[in-house]
Design a protein around this ligand. Structure first.
Ligand SMILES: [Fe+2]
Length: 253
């Protein structure tokens, strides 16, 4: 399937790309281009742009020179990092502490993307938030729950990697928190309560969100006229993890 640019409007473009697991099944991946109030641009996440997609991004961004920073929001999404650093060598690159370790040829900004100081740096354009109560970079590299979520108020869009996933399968599908939650909840009292309180704030914040861009599965969650509001979809996702959060022991150790 060819790559696609979804023009959300108000300075937000979501690029739906290809990601093949084991070279076969295409589970898709994404990145987003955001126009800053200042007129510059940000790239959220990395994807190796090619052909018409790359041409369009270059046309929007003065040949790529107006892309001021690339924000890598998921610690385990590293496949396209080097290619994007090569495409946009003038941009500042912000990654998680794991990106710094795993892709050491990139000239990283010192402050990691998960740090509140980095969030403050982009606060004019984005609200960045990290789920608490979970391991951000677990030792088991298959546990992709945690990431940095990005709200773009100007376009009423939430860009999120695996923390929220969308599967377009009737009945069992829909929006859900990543199924590895139980394995990354920290083994300490209060961890599940912190995650729940954060997720409730997420639902409340989504009252002002009309567009939701999730990373994989190629298709975006239902949105727009006639679709269930994004906040209701996130609330439903929260309802689905209620049992996991309740089952998490309050005391460990
Ligand atoms: Fe992922």
């Amino acid at each position: 399937m060819a790559d696609q640019i979804v023009d959300i409007g108000d300075g937000f473009w979501n690029i739906r790309g290809s990601f093949r697991v084991g070279g076969l099944l295409d589970i898709g991946t994404h990145c987003s281009l955001v126009r800053r109030r200042s007129g510059g641009f940000l790239l959220l996440d990395a994807y190796t742009l090619t052909g018409p997609t790359l041409e369009r991004v270059r046309a929007l961004t003065d040949g790529g020179r107006a892309i001021e920073a690339v924000l890598h929001l998921h610690p385990f999404h590293t496949v396209h990092v080097d290619a994007v650093a090569a495409l946009f060598p003038d941009a500042r690159h912000y990654g998680t502490e794991r990106h710094h370790r795993k892709r050491d040829a990139v000239r990283w900004e010192r402050e990691p993307i998960e740090h509140p100081d980095t969030h403050a740096r982009f606060a004019d354009d984005l609200e960045l938030t990290v789920p608490p109560g979970v391991d951000f970079v677990p030792a088991n590299e298959g546990l992709h729950f945690a990431s940095v979520l990005a709200f773009h108020a100007a376009s009423r869009t939430l860009h999120v990697d695996d923390t929220l996933t969308y599967v377009s399968v009737p009945l069992v599908g829909g929006l859900a928190f990543h199924p590895t939650l139980a394995k990354v909840l920290q083994k300490r009292p209060g961890a599940a309560d912190e995650l729940r309180a954060w997720a409730e704030r997420l639902v409340a914040r989504c009252a002002d969100v009309d567009h939701l861009c999730t990373a994989h599965m190629r298709t975006l969650p239902p949105q727009g006229p006639g679709a269930m509001p994004i906040a209701a979809q996130v609330q439903r996702a929260l309802d689905k993890i209620d049992g996991t959060l309740k089952a998490h022991p309050r005391r460990h150790g």
